[in-house]
Design a protein around this ligand. Structure first.
Ligand code: G16
Ligand code: MG
Length: 208
């Protein structure tokens, strides 16, 4: 079988970073936790629950499991509201060309995202019916940097890990793909030194 491509969602297909930031910032300010764009970078690619743990490392007090659950829910509510602003025009440069070329070559394509909002995001940007498989943080117990999301995507594509290329913008995603035994293409400044097999600043400049 031909090779397969597994695309990360946030940061590769569409840039939702700033929406995540705005939503977490609202929670952080209210809880008097120092939080800025730089700390937001630490949350890239990891699950919502893990993101909250990282954010609360600088909190002036401790939180119960119930309080954390509520904070994560509130963040998601704010985030989902902001996602309403997304349109197909937000698809990142190079993405549609990659998808078209993969289809022309008969390669199977999947989404492998930590985000439990994946279906909503794909709907907003008009790519709901584009991929052969979509695997998200809702489908697995362990999110990135664990390999589970990518392994399940490969399984659903009917591909072996060694046939899969993973395209990722986050260090946690590169670690996850390597742990899955897959080849990696790092995209963007945050994975320039993450040990990806190939790297480019944008997907438009990346080559398979
Ligand atoms: C994305 C983002 C992360 C976010 C995670 C969970 O992962 O990069 O910052 O924390 O999803 O998102 P949600 O709160 O929507 O479930 P990916 O893997 O698509 O880059
Ligand atoms: Mg990402």
């Amino acid at each position: 079988m031909n090779e397969a491509i597994i695309f990360d969602l946030d940061g590769v297909i569409v840039s939702t970073d700033h929406y995540h930031y705005r939503a977490w910032k609202e929670i952080a300010d209210r809880e008097h936790v120092p939080f800025d764009e730089e700390r937001n970078g630490l949350l890239r690619g990891v699950s919502r629950e893990k993101s909250l743990e990282i954010l609360l490392e600088l909190a002036p007090r401790t939180y119960s499991a119930e309080e954390k659950k509520q904070l994560a829910e509130e963040k998601n509510k704010i985030y989902r509201q902001l996602l309403q602003e997304l349109t197909p025009a937000d698809i990142l440069p190079g993405v549609l060309t990659w998808i078209d070329e993969a289809k022309e070559k008969g390669l199977r394509i999947a989404i492998g995202s930590s985000s439990k909002n994946t279906d909503f995001i794909l709907e907003r940007i008009g790519l709901s019916d584009t991929f052969d498989a979509v695997v998200t943080g809702a489908d697995v117990e362990h999110s990135k940097p664990a390999p589970d999301i990518f392994l399940l995507a490969a399984e659903r594509l009917g591909a072996g890990p060694e046939q899969c290329w993973v395209i990722e913008d986050a260090p946690a995603g590169i670690v996850a793909a390597k742990a899955a035994g897959m080849k990696t293409i790092g995209v963007g400044e945050f994975v320039q030194n993450s040990g990806a097999d190939r790297w480019a600043l944008t997907l438009g400049e990346a080559k398979l």
